[in-house]
Ligand binder design. Structure first.
Ligand SMILES: *Cc1c(COP(=O)(O)O)cnc(C)c1O
Length: 358
């Protein structure tokens, strides 16, 4: 095992911590950040923890021109005894490397990256909010920094980890949302980058999201990029439907993001012996199930919301109301169990929790 030695420079003027009541998503950042450089000659070098501050980057840095970048998202919590814990962080660093590979970015040592993150969290643990539903959101990301306008992979990169205390996704309690099925724009193409967490995938979805918002919907449900027939994802979440006692989620392909929450939901359902199937599912099948009275529950899964119940789905001018716009039983049990395991309020029989400090 390599030594994860990091040069640490502590901040001399600490910020005032935000009021946990008014926290928004990703608007406030902590006192320190982690950075590391990559050069073609030396590989990943210079791991540093230093005061959070703007960085100077050449305007020709390749990330600005051809979007060679990837990111991750996970959360740190404090458990009942005040210990800092992470939920399945090794999955996020594995996925970071899968995204790196897709974007022709050199891989990062996953164990070292986790160790660097732990050292950063050790220094920033007072920033972890503890009110119900709050957490410290962790954003690792890589950008191409080489100044060059050549359309080719860069020779220089920078890896960052920044931290942001985030408020509860459900300040008024978990409630089902309205979803619009997008039938014009698509999120990802077959053979494209949909399965990578890379910036361009998200900005390309803004116009569909704006359309959905203007019609009173919270999120977009994305269909496949070829036939616009098969369900793929909802917003930045994976999606599940409970139909006639069976939970169904679209099987993974190269246009679906492989969510850590998705994986955990499937494992929990197996553990509870609730039938769960990963397969292709068309929007028509969901619609027909609803007509036959068999669409029992629908929800999205992702780190930010954990579980987001779907109360209604609008597709081609028709609206399906799911479970009378109430949160379904399985949806609720998944939300409660996942959040309780994440915050140490419930035993973790799966080995999902990693302790940062003791
Ligand atoms: C990050 C993300 C998800 C959810 O992944 P988690 O690991 O569960 O947070 C789902 N879909 C998209 C498009 C995403 O970017």
């Amino acid at each position: 095992m390599m030594e994860a030695t990091v040069a640490i420079t502590k901040s001399q003027n600490k910020k005032t911590k935000p009021d946990p009541e008014t926290l928004q998503f990703g608007k406030t950042f902590t006192d320190h950040m982690f950075t590391m450089e990559y050069t073609h000659e030396k590989g990943w070098i210079q791991p540093e923890i230093k005061p959070y501050a703007p960085v100077e980057i050449d305007p020709a840095a390749m990330v600005f021109h051809y979007s060679q970048s990837v990111f991750e998202g996970l959360k740190a919590y404090k458990d009942a005894s005040g210990d800092v814990v992470l939920f399945r962080p090794e999955e996020n660093f594995k996925r970071l490397n899968r995204s790196n590979k897709r974007l022709s970015i050199p891989p990062i040592n996953e164990q070292l990256a986790l160790d660097y993150l732990k050292q950063l969290l050790e220094l920033e643990k007072d920033w972890i909010p503890t009110a119900e539903g709050t957490s410290l959101y962790i954003r690792p990301f890589v950008i191409a920094t080489e100044p060059s306008l050549q359309v080719a992979p860069a020779h220089h990169y920078k890896f960052f980890i920044i931290l942001s205390p985030v408020g509860s996704y459900y300040p008024e309690g978990i409630h089902p949302v309205s979803i619009m099925v997008e039938d014009h724009f698509t999120r990802a193409a077959r053979g494209g980058t949909g399965t990578a967490k890379t910036g361009g995938n998200y900005s390309a979805g803004y116009n569909a999201q704006a359309k959905a918002s203007s019609e009173g919907h919270a999120q977009v449900l994305w269909l496949d990029g070829v036939e616009k027939k098969y369900v793929e994802e909802v917003g930045s979440m994976n999606v599940f439907f409970k139909i006639d006692g069976e939970v169904i989620t679209p099987e993974l392909n190269d246009s679906i993001l492989q969510g850590v929450t998705r994986k955990s939901v499937i494992e929990l359902l197996h553990h509870w012996e609730i039938p769960v199937t990963e397969r292709k599912i068309t929007m028509q099948e969901v619609f027909d199930a609803h007509k036959a009275g068999k669409l029992e529950e629908a929800f999205g899964s992702g780190t930010a919301a954990v579980i987001s119940p779907i109360g209604e789905l609008t597709w081609n001018e028709e609206t399906m109301i799911v479970n009378g716009r109430d949160t379904g039983e399985v949806t609720k049990a998944l939300y409660q169990t996942l959040t309780r395991i994440q915050t140490g309020k419930q035993e973790d029989p799966f080995g999902w929790i990693t302790k940062v400090s003791s």
